[in-house]
Design a protein around this ligand. Structure first.
Ligand SMILES: C[S@@+](CC[C@H](N)C(=O)[O-])C[C@H]1O[C@@H](n2cnc3c(N)ncnc32)[C@H](O)[C@@H]1O
Length: 168
């Protein structure tokens, strides 16, 4: 298992590499799962673990790289992101998982970055190469376009299947 993959007791403190934000050329209104306001995600407002970003109302364009929170701990975050309908989310590209086909495919577009995305530790060092890829999911016209123009990898338009059609 790669060092930042979800499992009990593992740290949530693995940060998105800045080159992703440079390629997206977007600023966000909110990062609902953040280590704190001085983090490099270009978001005007953040929620941290102390705020519990999942329980807060989200407004505007959102960047979301959710905490693992154990097996499938990212799913409540992903559902909230899809219902919110404005933003870009980063989740693992577990294309063999039921959750991926049920929920990730409800986004309006997705992009599979080329290569393995190496996450960054709180001390600024770069993590080892993960055992899997990631996928970026977008909702809303501005974010769909940002993903498309980023050049980060394979962009797939999906159209946004309504979440209500997904069995609970
Ligand atoms: C995978 S990191 C992503 C950090 C940052 N958003 C990024 O993209 O680099 C997830 C972050 O969520 C924070 N976190 C954990 N539980 C949270 C909660 N309930 N509400 C808000 N943030 C939380 C962790 O402290 C961690 O900094």
């Amino acid at each position: 298992m790669a060092e930042h993959e979800p499992s009990r007791g593992r740290s949530d403190e693995w940060y998105t590499p800045p080159h992703i934000f440079e390629a997206l050329r977007l600023t966000f209104d909110l990062d609902p799962c953040s280590p704190g306001p001085t983090h490099w995600v270009p978001a005007a407002r953040v929620f941290t673990k102390d705020d519990d970003g999942l329980a807060q109302p989200w407004r505007g364009r959102v960047w979301m790289n959710p905490p693992f929170g154990g097996r499938h701990g990212h799913l409540p975050w992903l559902k909230k992101f899809l219902l919110h309908g404005n933003g870009i989310a980063l989740v693992r590209a577990y294309t063999s998982s039921a959750w991926f086909h049920a929920y990730a495919t409800c986004a309006e577009a997705m992009l599979f970055p080329k290569g393995k995305t190496k996450f960054i530790r709180p001390d600024g060092t770069i993590g080892r190469s993960p055992g899997h890829g990631i996928v970026l999911l977008s909702m809303g016209a501005v974010c769909n376009h940002a993903l498309w123009q980023s050049g980060l990898g394979l962009w797939v338009p999906l159209g946004g299947r309504p979440l209500r059609l997904v069995a609970a």
